[in-house]
Design a protein around this ligand. Structure first.
Ligand code: FRU
Length: 419
């Protein structure tokens, strides 16, 4: 039975399956990451510096569509709805994280987005800013999940890295002209790092790069019928005490040395499971996948299920790879036969879509929809005169073709097309 399989039995064939509460964590190994290589199939086209801007009121970055629990995008009375992290355009682009609030947009054609303002009433959410999340539509109820970032009422404080998972429930309304929301008065903290499976802020103090316990993604697993959250975490324990295992390192070429400081890089894809359909109580589960000694950040994890296969995606940065490894800002992914399983890196290395070398931060925060379309936001784009232009708006949607454990960039569509 899966539960009795020792980690070292786990072959890389990706056939072993476990239940959500089994203690088995797949790995993204250094050997996998050493295979990272860009080619035509995984390099994003250059973002043109003359991109259009969705709204002149706010910077827009991490974005997620209103979905059903099965991860499909949902419409309400013919309206498409998306949620984005936003900050006033008067705030310097690089400071936006410390002012972030969830805003919403609606559209008839899934690409001409009208800005609807903030999702929550002032002073109702936890934390000092709202970071990424997800939103599930059930009837006319919207279950909104987000990261309560910073301590409550902490003001603008870039040194406050506290992160907790939070939830609030509201109602969607629409008429011929617009979409609006009511409710969201019942904010609750639903999960906090436990220090064992998931590092607490205190344990992270010696870490190299901002610590993570964030980005809840809600879905129902069709197999166990339970509602789960994926999120980004770091492996529990005091930063610097982790010891890289043989499994983390993998089958590396002879002569590959693991630098001492690799132990500080402990990103993972976490799991929490609702104890019932009301989604009131959540149980922290062991991570689904870890990037120990490989990468510190596996941000905005999300998944789609195709042909019975679970495709697990995450975004990561060039600068968060552990010493001795390097990659690109972009989208990475894994495939396995079940929600908790021996995920294998897509394309051998996990790279799905990376930014081009000559525009390394052109776009980020990719989100793959079940239809294979990938939305992201425009970050910093080089211009012809040697300068840069900040985006803060949605990039062209990219088309991903997926076959078994291979992906391929198959085209690009309109800016912010999120059907
Ligand atoms: C990704 C991200 C998320 C986080 C948000 C903060 O772009 O780092 O992990 O929720 O941005 O702005």
């Amino acid at each position: 039975t899966p539960a009795s399989a020792s980690p070292h039995d786990a072959s890389r064939t990706g056939t072993r399956q476990y239940t959500a509460d089994d203690d088995h964590t797949a790995v993204w190994s250094r050997a996998d990451a050493l295979k990272l290589k860009q080619d035509r199939t995984n390099t994003a086209p250059r973002v043109s510096p003359d991109f259009p801007v969705m709204t002149d009121k706010v910077w827009v970055w991490d974005t997620w569509p209103l979905t059903k629990l099965n991860t499909q995008t949902a419409t309400y009375k013919g309206w498409h709805v998306i949620f984005s992290l936003t900050a006033p355009r008067s705030v310097p682009f690089g400071d936006r994280h410390w002012y972030a609030k969830i805003g919403y947009f609606y559209s008839r054609d899934a690409k001409s987005w009208k800005y609807g303002g903030d999702l929550f009433q002032p002073g109702t959410s936890f934390g000092s800013r709202e970071w990424a999340g997800s939103a599930a539509l059930i009837g006319d109820k919207v279950y909104s999940f987000y990261t309560a970032s910073g301590r409550d009422n902490g003001g603008v404080d870039p040194n406050d890295a506290l992160q907790r998972l939070a939830q609030a429930t509201g109602k969607i309304h629409a008429d011929k002209n617009r979409v609006w929301f009511s409710g969201f008065r019942d904010h609750r903290i639903i999960a906090e790092a436990d220090g064992k499976m998931y590092q607490t802020l205190e344990q992270s103090q010696q870490g190299p790069i901002i610590y993570a316990f964030r980005d809840p993604f809600v879905f129902r697993d069709p197999r166990d019928r339970k509602v789960h959250l994926l999120f980004e975490g770091n492996t529990g324990g005091t930063a610097g005490t982790y010891q890289c295992t043989k499994r983390d390192i993998g089958d590396v070429p002879a002569g590959h040395e693991v630098p001492e400081d690799a132990k500080y890089y402990t990103g993972n894809i976490g799991l929490a499971t609702a104890t019932g359909d009301s989604m009131e109580n959540w149980k922290l589960q062991p991570p689904l996948l870890s990037a120990n000694c490989v990468n510190q950040q596996t941000e905005r994890p999300h998944l789609i299920i195709r042909g019975g296969k679970y495709y697990l995606f995450t975004i990561s940065h060039k600068f968060t790879f552990a010493p001795g490894l390097s990659g690109w800002d972009g989208l990475y992914g894994f495939v396995g036969p079940a929600l908790r399983s021996d995920y294998r890196p897509l394309n051998g290395s996990a790279l799905v879509l990376g930014n081009p070398e000559d525009a390394p931060t052109q776009q980020y925060s990719h989100y793959v929809m079940p239809n294979g379309l990938v939305e992201s936001f425009i970050d910093t784009v080089p211009t012809a005169d040697g300068g840069t232009r900040f985006g803060g708006t949605l990039a062209r949607t990219l088309v991903l073709s997926l076959k078994d454990d291979r992906t391929r960039l198959a085209g690009q569509l309109d800016y912010g097309f999120i059907p």
